[in-house]
Design a protein around this ligand. Structure first.
Ligand SMILES: [Zn+2]
Length: 557
């Protein structure tokens, strides 16, 4: 195995890719048997692994140093060719979908893979390509409004992500003023954001109508590859959350009030958990990595092998640098069967999330790296996030390595924060259903919808008459609503499953771990609820699951 920084890069040749797919499509159409088609499919997998690895490397090397001119061009190239390649891939997958040997292929490849092709086929047509381009342009416009924010605060200028530290400052007056500064920025751009969103909603509705849908909701579900549950299941889930988690979260807010020592909770107290501020990790980035290695070597033989592999091959790039792109993610290089992690350590508890959450994703990639059916790992988000969110709980016993004498505070904060997120995630989801059901609503009506939902899902939240947040504007800072409609409930669905693991591990850690490992290895061999049942977990859609979970979690906060 070769270290990440040493991996050779070669720009994939589009002519070669085009020729490959043209021949593949032709040969596959003319295949005389399922076996022959499967052999051709293996060629596709190998070829794809190669160019996909190159493109992933190009993007990664640009992200770690955006001032590098060479990789900046390679990143542009990747942006340019990826839609073309996915178009070839779709054409090829259509041939498989329409194959006379389909039954054989479903059995040999993966039935979910075929279900996903069906959803994808119903999500696109030549006719809507211009609308999709316009949709992308509108999303970029929103991103620009957010990224270009210059917020004056205490004599300095902040962007939204840097201001975050001030929004959670232990000094109440500081965070109150920081929230006011944020509110003023949003107030200055809210008409623009309303206009962008209005155009997005109408654009997406038009795409849906052109494809024969009543409105965008169905199409949005197909684009999220909702292959195992639909609107009715999600609605029932949200109903259970309203009944069981909203009252539970209200109780947590009472506790938090005492923890931070205030008489009344205001919106600017929202992300603060202790009087002396939220706990931050101790130690240098190197020490954090070393603590991670110790932790995973103690946790299980599988995690030891995983983390040693990551360190040996230098598959982490986590130090914050000026020329590095913001954010953090885990990705995978199929040619080397290697996961890798990109992040920006900044001295907050977010650094530890990289070692727990992102490593949970990477661990799942690692334990399935020798699966001969790569399609098994086409994870949908509600499943992928189980791997990462559960790892946050499995690593609870080692948090003193990262937080020293504030590890108990950290665990309390993590638990309260994770539980408080659940109703919020549902609110984001319900908001979008209402919006796309009634695309003709005015921006003012949409804000009223959000304002009403706040009363249902976050009744404890007091916006103190703030001109922006108290008028139903909060959703405008939630990027997912703009980027990927309906991509949010996934976090909530995964979170309530991860909490089931938490309950389980507190009773029998080893048993819970073994079933977690089993779930990681299953990837997407089967549909969501079937997999949960297979490893002994309850479906969030079934009546009673959420109520039982809330009762079990109450004992822990
Ligand atoms: Zn994640």
């Amino acid at each position: 195995m070769i270290k990440l920084s040493q991996m050779p890069y070669e720009r994939p040749d589009m002519d070669e890719i085009k020729a490959f797919y043209e021949k593949l499509i032709e040969d596959s159409k003319n295949a005389k048997s399922g076996e022959e088609q499967l052999q051709l499919h293996q060629k596709y997998r190998d070829f794809r692994a190669d160019y996909f690895t190159e493109l992933t490397l190009a993007v990664f090397r640009h992200n770690i140093d955006t001032s590098d001119e060479y990789y900046s061009k390679e990143n542009d190239y990747a942006d340019e060719v990826m839609p073309l390649i996915s178009n070839y891939e779709n054409q090829y997958k259509k041939v498989l979908f329409e194959s006379p040997y389909r039954e054989y292929l479903e059995e040999k490849i993966n039935k979910i893979f075929f279900k996903n092709i069906e959803l994808a086929n119903n999500s696109i047509s030549e006719e809507i390509l211009p609308l999709m381009q316009e949709e992308n342009a509108l999303i970029s416009k929103y991103d620009k409004v957010i990224a270009s924010a210059k917020i004056p605060f205490d004599g300095e200028e902040y962007n939204i992500s840097l201001l975050r530290k001030k929004l959670t400052d232990e000094n109440r007056d500081t965070r109150k003023r920081a929230w006011k500064a944020l509110s003023e920025y949003f107030l200055s751009v809210t008409d623009e954001i309303d206009d962008i969103y209005d155009k997005l909603v109408k654009n997406r509705t038009e795409q849906a109508k052109k494809l024969g849908y009543d409105n965008y909701v169905e199409l949005g579900y197909n684009r999220m590859q909702r292959n195992a549950y639909r609107r009715a299941e999600v609605e029932n889930f949200r109903k259970q959350i309203k009944e069981s988690f909203v009252p539970f979260v209200c109780e947590i807010q009472e506790k938090r009030k005492a923890q931070i020592g205030v008489d009344e909770l205001k919106y600017y107290d929202n992300d603060v958990f202790f009087k002396n501020g939220n706990p931050a990790p101790i130690g240098t980035p190197e020490e954090i990595m070393k603590a991670g290695q110790e932790m995973y070597s103690e946790l299980s033989p599988e995690t030891k092998e995983f983390f040693d592999f990551m360190m040996e091959n230098e598959l982490f790039d986590v130090l914050g640098r000026k020329t590095k792109k913001a954010g953090g993610y885990m990705d995978y290089l199929p040619k080397y069967k290697a996961p890798f992690i990109f992040a920006n350590f900044n001295g907050t508890s977010g650094d530890v999330d990289v070692i727990t959450h992102e490593c949970g994703h990477a661990f799942q990639g690692f334990v399935t790296r020798n699966d001969e059916t790569p399609e098994n790992n086409d994870l949908t988000m509600e499943t992928a996030e189980i791997h990462s969110m559960s790892m946050e709980y499995f690593t609870y016993g080692w948090m003193d390595k990262f937080f020293g004498n504030r590890s108990d505070d950290y665990l309390k904060m993590h638990l309260q924060d994770s539980i408080t997120f659940i109703p919020y995630g549902c609110m984001v989801d319900e908001f979008q259903h209402i919006v796309y059901d009634k695309p003709e609503m005015t921006p003012a009506e949409r804000k009223q919808v959000w304002k009403d939902l706040e009363k249902t899902y976050r009744p404890w939240l007091d916006f103190d008459g703030d001109e922006f947040f108290d008028e139903g504007g909060f959703w405008q800072k939630q990027g997912h609503i703009f980027w990927n409609p309906f991509y949010y409930i996934d976090y909530v669905l995964a979170s309530v499953v991860a909490m089931q693991f938490k309950v389980w591990m507190d009773k029998d850690y080893k048993d819970a771990w073994n079933h977690y490992l089993q779930l990681c290895k299953l990837s997407t061999r089967d549909f969501y609820e079937n997999e949960l049942a297979e490893v002994g977990l309850k479906s969030p859609f079934k009546d009673g699951t959420i109520d039982e979970l809330a009762r079990n979690m109450r004992e822990k906060v």
